[in-house]
Design a protein around this ligand. Structure first.
Ligand code: BDR
Ligand code: CA
Length: 325
């Protein structure tokens, strides 16, 4: 499958992963770390699947498991820009965000910089080179964009997991979890002055790993896969109990697969606004599908590349081949 409008894709991409680990976040982080085409230059943390102190500890532990504690971790915001945190997703990811496996405390500490400062400094020091890969609520990214008006133009791009353009929500009937956790932030990010690619539920719910595939991950003998095997058992139970399926939707890793090979995806381009009102569709991502050039509130907003389809088998092989290393 071919995505529209992607012209050049550098051989190696420097990325910052902004994350709320999270079981599928752990998969995505390990997938990126084991992919030679990607250089992870930093991990920034955010509330979402758990509170930020928990997700920060998890990020440090995950890097320890991957023997990549050389990568800086910067702790991010503990609440949305202008609302209160809706609360952790303990039924999906466990009280500890990692399937209640009881990870020992990490030996390392986050750096003494806030996530938004780390993002601004790292990107402005290496203009054009860095892609942000947010796989949690977008508070840190929006704060960084607001702090440094030149940041958008200095970014190589943003490839995010979040939103639902043409399908229902998962956190509410109409909104996806990462976006509804900070709709004001998401609306800022979808207006950023760089290429923004959205891997939302439109594509992540078409990227399914069945029970057999999860068993394959569990059979790998490296430390990352052993941790994934433990936490995926919790995640798999959640899907069994709540959705009556044996297997998982591959949410966060889909953004990594897009960074690695956008030709696996089908896409459309539209400007996207986020509902930031207090009504029932708060957090819904709205693409302007049929629009005239001056239609408000999409007027002047850039096109977002919205992923709508994926070669799921090929993306799974890409991920499994990385996780097996
Ligand atoms: C998103 O919400 C979180 O629970 C997952 O980690 C993923 O980032 C899916 O809607
Ligand atoms: Ca996540």
């Amino acid at each position: 499958m071919l995505s529209s409008g992607v012209v050049e894709w550098p051989m190696t991409r420097k990325i910052i992963i902004d994350t709320d680990p999270g079981i599928d976040d752990a998969m995505a982080i390990f997938f990126a770390l084991a992919s030679p085409e990607i250089e992870v230059v930093g991990v920034t943390t955010i509330f979402g699947n758990a509170h930020t102190d928990v997700t920060t500890r998890n990020a440090l532990s995950l890097l320890e498991i991957a023997e990549r504690s050389d990568i800086p971790v910067a702790a991010g915001a503990s609440k949305p820009i202008s609302s209160e945190f809706r609360g952790p997703a303990a039924s999906v990811h466990g009280e500890d965000g990692q399937g209640n496996v009881g990870l020992p405390a990490p030996k390392t500490q986050p750096i003494e910089k806030r996530a938004c400062d780390f993002i601004v400094e790292t990107v402005m020091d290496d203009p054009g080179a860095i892609t942000l890969v947010p796989i949690g609520p977008l508070t840190n990214i929006a704060t960084a964009l607001e702090m440094e008006p030149r940041l958008g133009e200095a970014l190589g791009g943003i490839v995010l997991m979040g939103g639902n353009a043409f399908v229902p929500g998962n956190a509410t009937p109409v909104a996806e979890a990462n976006i509804v956790n900070d709709p004001e932030a998401a609306d800022i990010v979808f207006g950023a002055a760089c290429p923004v690619s959205m891997c939302g539920l439109d594509v992540t719910e078409k990227h399914f790993m069945d029970g057999e595939t999860l068993d394959r991950i569990a059979s790998y003998s490296n430390r990352r896969a052993r941790h994934l095997s433990a936490i995926l058992s919790w995640y798999r139970d959640f899907y069994r109990e709540w959705m009556n399926i044996d297997g998982i939707y591959v949410h966060d890793s889909t953004a990594i697969a897009y960074v690695l090979d956008p030709t696996l995806f089908e896409t459309v381009k539209h400007p996207v606004r986020v509902d930031t009102t207090a009504g029932i569709s708060r957090g819904k991502t709205w693409p302007a599908v049929r629009r005239s050039a001056d239609e408000r509130p999409w007027e002047g907003r850039p096109d977002v590349t919205i992923c709508t389809g994926i070669d799921s088998a090929a993306a799974t092989e890409l991920e499994l081949s990385a996780l097996s290393r």
